[in-house]
Design a protein around this ligand. Structure first.
Ligand SMILES: NC(=O)C1=CN([C@@H]2O[C@H](COP(=O)(O)OP(=O)(O)OC[C@H]3O[C@@H](n4cnc5c(N)ncnc54)[C@H](O)[C@@H]3O)[C@@H](O)[C@H]2O)C=CC1
Ligand SMILES: O=C(O)C(=O)COP(=O)(O)O
Length: 526
C-alpha cells in the first residue's frame, strides 16, 4: 500500500510506516496540480494544516482510504466528503497540545512585555528602555474561550502566575469548570467585559469564526490583551486591527491568520501585534509525538482496524478501544453470518446489548455489525466510516437498545435482522475478556468459537446425521476441526456448526446439500 506525505513530519514517523512495509513518498510542498495528478496512486495521504483536502481533491483520490492529519485541527479537511466515500480521517489530537499551550503562554507574555519589539530594536543597535512598558499577569483576570484540551492546559499554567481564570465554553459540563477551578461564564459577552486578557482555544467552526469581532471589542475593557493560538479569524482580523489602533486592545499575540501562509496581513503593520507563522506545534517533542502517532494510526486504519482518533467515527480512547476489541470482532462476525446464510433483502436491523457491553460505546460495535453484514455482498469498500451510510442508502432502519442484565450471560450482543417475510437472529458473547462465542442462531443454542472457515448446516434430527456429515466431508478431503450440534425439539430440525481447516468448494457443498436428511449447508467465512 502507498502513502503520500505532503507536509513535513518527523523522520521517526516515516520510519514507522516503512517498517510496516508501506511504500512511502515524501513530497513536501507538492504543487497542487501535481498532487491531483498523482493522488489516485495512493491509499493514504498524510498532511498537516496546509494541504486542502476538499471535494476537488477527493474526485481525484479514487483509491484513497485514509487521510492522516499529523496534528490537531481538521478544518483543512472536508469531513463529509471523506465519510461519504468511506475514507477514514485520523488525527493526533493529544500529541501537540502541550506545545500549543506553551506557545500560547509564550505569545501572551511576549506581547504583554514587548519582547519581540524590543528585540527588534536592539538587533537594530538601539538600546531603548523607554517605550516598552508592559503589565504584570499576577492578579489579572484572563478569559479562556474554549476549555478543551489546550484551554485546560493554558488555564493551569496561567493560574500558576496568580491569574484569575474565567472561561466560556457552552459545550462542556460544569464539572470541568469546577475541576479547573474556573469561573464559568454563560455568555461570551460577560467574559469579554471582565477580562484583562483573552485567549481563544476553540476549533474553527461556523460558530467560532469571527466570534470575537467589533461588537465584542465594544464591550471589552480598554487595554485588553488578546492571544490567538487556535485558528485565524476566531478573533476577526479587521476588527482586531481597528481595536488595536483605537487603543482598546493594548497588545495581541497571534500564531495563526485567516489566510496562511501570509506576509501581507494588515496586522503585520501594527507594532502592538506580534505574530508567529503557525509555530504552536513546532517543537521536537510535539513533532515526534505527532509523527509516530499518525504513522501508527494510518497503518492501523489501512489494515481496516478501528482507530481511536478517527475523526469521522465515534471517539474512543486507546484503553476503551482495547477493552472493546473483542466485542468489535464478535459484532462483525455476527453481522457476517447473515448474508452468507440468507438471501432476503433486509428491512430492519436491531442490535440489543446486554450486561457489561451495554456500558460501553456500543455505537462503534453497531458499526462493526453493519460492516460485517454488508461486506460479504458489496463490491464497494465497507468500513466503520461508511457502514451506517450504506444501511441508510439501502433504506434499512438500524436501531440499538440496551438491557442492563441478561439471564445467563455476563454480556450479550443480539442481532435481529428483519426481512419482509422473516426474522433472523444471532447472538454472541465475550467471556474472559477475549473469548468470543456465537451462542444462538435463530433459537438454536450453541457455544461456537468463530473461526475463519465454517460450515453451517440444517438437518433433520435423526440418528446417523453427524456420521454422515463427517464421512461426506472426509470423502471430499475437508478436515473438521470442531463440530457442534443443536436442536430445539427432538426429531425435528437440528443445526450444525463445523469449524473446518480450509475453504470448501461448491461441488462438495452440492454433494452434501443433496444428501438425505440435510436441509441446507452453507460455507461461511468469518
Ligand atoms: N497553533 C497551533 O499550532 C495549534 C493550534 N491548535 C488549535 O487549538 C484549538 C483547540 O484545540 P484543542 O484544545 O485540542 O481542542 P478541544 O476540542 O479539546 O477543545 C476545544 C473546545 O472548544 C469548545 N468550543 C467549541 N465551540 C465553541 C464555541 N462556539 N464557544 C466556546 N467554546 C467552544 C469545545 O467545547 C471544546 O471544549 C483548535 O482550533 C486547534 O486546531 C491545536 C494545536 C496546535
Ligand atoms: O495541530 C494543529 O491544529 C495545528 O494547528 C498545528 O498545525 P501544523 O501541523 O503545525 O500545520
Amino acid at each position: 500500500m502507498r502513502v503520500l506525505i505532503t507536509e513535513k513530519i518527523a523522520e521517526k514517523g516515516i520510519e514507522v510506516l516503512k517498517k510496516e512495509g508501506l511504500d512511502v513518498d515524501v513530497e513536501v510542498g507538492i504543487d497542487r496540480g501535481e498532487l491531483l495528478k498523482v493522488i489516485n496512486n495512493y491509499d493514504a495521504i498524510i498532511v498537516r494544516s496546509v494541504t486542502k483536502i476538499n471535494e476537488e481533491f477527493y474526485q481525484h483520490a479514487t483509491n484513497l482510504k485514509v487521510v492522516g492529519r499529523a496534528g490537531n485541527g481538521v478544518d483543512n479537511i472536508d469531513m463529509d466528503g471523506a465519510t461519504n466515500r468511506g475514507i477514514i480521517v485520523v488525527n493526533t489530537p493529544e500529541a501537540n497540545t502541550v506545545s500549543a499551550a506553551e506557545h500560547t503562554i509564550g505569545l501572551l507574555i511576549a506581547s504583554t512585555r514587548n519582547v519581540a519589539q524590543a528585540n527588534a530594536k536592539i538587533k537594530n543597535r538601539e538600546w531603548d528602555r523607554s517605550n516598552f512598558k508592559g503589565v504584570e499577569l499576577q492578579g489579572k483576570t484572563v478569559g479562556v474561550v474554549g476549555l478543551g484540551r489546550i484551554g485546560g492546559l493554558v488555564t493551569t499554567r496561567l493560574q500558576a502566575f496568580g491569574m484569575k481564570v474565567i472561561a466560556y465554553d457552552p459545550y462542556i459540563t460544569d464539572e470541568r469548570f469546577r475541576k479547573y477551578g474556573v469561573e464559568k461564564k454563560e455568555r461570551l459577552q460577560d467574559l469579554i467585559k471582565e477580562s484583562d486578557f483573552i485567549t481563544v482555544h476553540t476549533p474553527k467552526t461556523e460558530e467560532t469564526f469571527g466570534m470575537i469581532g467589533e461588537e465584542e471589542f465594544k464591550v471589552a475593557k480598554k487595554g485588553v490583551r488578546v492571544v490567538n493560538c487556535a485558528r485565524g479569524g476566531i478573533i476577526e482580523e479587521e476588527a482586531l486591527a481597528k481595536a488595536v489602533k483605537e487603543g482598546i486592545v493594548a497588545s495581541a499575540g497571534l500564531d495563526v491568520l485567516v489566510n496562511e501562509p501570509n506576509t501581507t496581513s494588515l496586522l503585520l503593520d501594527l507594532d502592538n501585534v506580534i505574530i508567529t507563522p503557525h509555530l504552536g506545534a513546532d517543537t521536537v517533542e510535539a513533532q515526534n509525538n505527532v509523527g509516530v502517532t499518525i504513522a501508527q494510526e494510518v497503518f492501523s486504519a489501512l489494515k481496516g482496524k478501528m482507530v481511536p482518533n478517527a475523526v469521522n467515527l465515534p471517539t474512543l480512547q486507546y484503553q476503551e478501544l482495547e477493552a472493546m476489541k473483542y466485542y468489535l470482532k464478535l459484532g462483525e462476525n455476527l453481522g457476517k453470518l447473515y448474508h452468507q446464510l440468507e438471501k432476503e433483502a433486509i428491512e430492519k436491523i436491531e442490535i440489543i446489548y446486554s450486561g457489561a457491553v451495554a456500558d460501553m460505546e456500543t455505537a462503534v460495535v453497531t458499526l462493526a455489525v453493519l460492516k460485517g453484514i454488508f461486506e460479504p455482498i458489496l463490491k464497494e469498500r465497507v468500513n466503520y466510516v461508511n457502514a451506517r451510510l450504506i444501511a441508510k442508502n439501502r433504506g434499512i432502519a438500524v436501531t440499538e437498545s440496551k438491557k442492563m442484565v441478561n439471564g445467563n450471560f455476563m454480556n450479550l450482543i443480539r442481532v435481529k435482522i428483519s426481512t419482509k417475510n422473516k426474522e433472523f437472529t444471532v447472538a454472541g458473547t465475550v467471556f474472559a475478556k477475549k473469548d468470543m462465542r456465537i451462542v444462538d442462531v435463530n433459537g438454536f443454542v450453541f457455544d461456537v468459537t468463530p473461526t475463519p472457515y465454517m460450515l453451517v448446516a440444517n438437518n433433520t434430527d435423526k440418528p446417523g446425521m453427524i456420521g454422515k456429515m463427517g464421512s461426506l466431508l472426509g470423502e471430499n478431503n475437508v478436515n473438521i476441526a470442531t463440530m457442534q450440534v443443536s436442536r430445539k425439539h427432538k426429531d425435528k430440525e437440528a443445526m450444525m456448526f463445523l469449524a473446518v481447516d480450509s475453504e470448501v468448494n461448491k461441488e462438495t457443498l452440492n454433494i452434501i446439500n443433496k444428501a438425505e436428511g440435510i436441509l441446507q449447508i452453507k460455507f461461511v467465512k468469518l
